[in-house]
Design a protein around this ligand. Structure first.
Ligand code: F6R
Length: 243
């Protein structure tokens, strides 16, 4: 695991966007694993800017997102499909048919998880996976638990995550309580992983991820067993690493 401490959020986003752009240049039809949340917004802006400057071409790129809230359709402005369209896909030359987000309104959520797992496998796996991290160490919506979940599954969000995500909704009651998420096994199969974290609220979980025991109680800690992981943190999220 490589850890890069950047001066600030802007530098973190610039460095991470260059890694994704390089992947696309080397393999124009690569499969990008993408994340939502506040953390990757700056990186997506950088990629849009690089596209506008003709420095990256998304026409053959395929994407799979990590997760989606159960019960929210893609036109709901809190859904992760909406987020991806709004922050990235609507601004680049990607074919939306090549972009995948779990369907949060599927009648049978379990069947949707199985379908999604097949979608990822059918694309030949993820070439480079972007991750954020929850304050509690979750990656995608794999919450702290007793065993690492392997495949795409339906998850009950923890109170900690519901409270953290309430900032995007008009009230806590509106935050969905369930989500569909890639499993830890699905994520660990990606050829490369880039995790981004910024701000003081992430400092303890970044410390636990890098130095603590490898345990499903800190889901991100398993990344230490992956052969190609780079963690980018700004100085605040990396503050405890220096002690
Ligand atoms: C989002 C996701 C989540 C977020 C995490 C951090 O697709 O999978 O694991 O990466 O909750 O969210 P932010 O970036 O909002 O702090």
């Amino acid at each position: 695991m490589k850890v890069v401490v950047t001066k600030d959020y802007t530098e973190m986003c610039k460095l991470a966007s260059r890694i994704f752009a390089a992947e696309i240049t080397l393999k124009p039809d690569c499969v990008l694993g993408l994340a939502t949340g506040s953390t990757p917004v700056g990186m997506y802006k950088e990629l849009v800017q690089m596209y506008n400057e003709h420095r990256v071409d998304f026409s053959h790129v395929k994407t799979v997102n990590l997760d989606e809230y159960a019960g929210l359709s893609g036109d709901n402005d809190q859904s992760y499909r909406y987020f991806m369209n709004h922050n990235l896909f609507d601004h680049i030359n990607i074919d939306k048919a090549n972009t995948n987000v779990p369907n949060g309104t599927a009648a049978d959520l379990q069947a949707e998880c199985e379908r999604y797992e097949q979608v990822v496998a059918g694309m030949g796996g993820v070439d480079i996976q972007l991750l954020g991290i929850g304050n509690n160490g979750h990656i995608a919506f794999n919450e702290p638990c007793e065993e690492f979940p392997e495949k795409t599954h339906v998850v009950d969000l923890t109170q900690n995550t519901i409270e953290a995500n309430a900032r995007f909704f008009s009230s806590m009651d509106e935050v969905p309580k369930k989500a569909l998420t890639m499993g830890i096994g699905t994520i660990m199969k990606a050829k490369k992983i880039v995790l981004l974290a910024n701000g003081p609220k992430k400092a303890q979980t970044i410390y636990d991820t890098v130095y603590g025991p490898i345990t499903p109680k800190v889901p991100a800690s398993i990344l230490r067993l992956h052969p190609d992981v780079t963690i980018f943190v700004d100085e605040e999220a990396g503050a405890l690493l220096k002690k």
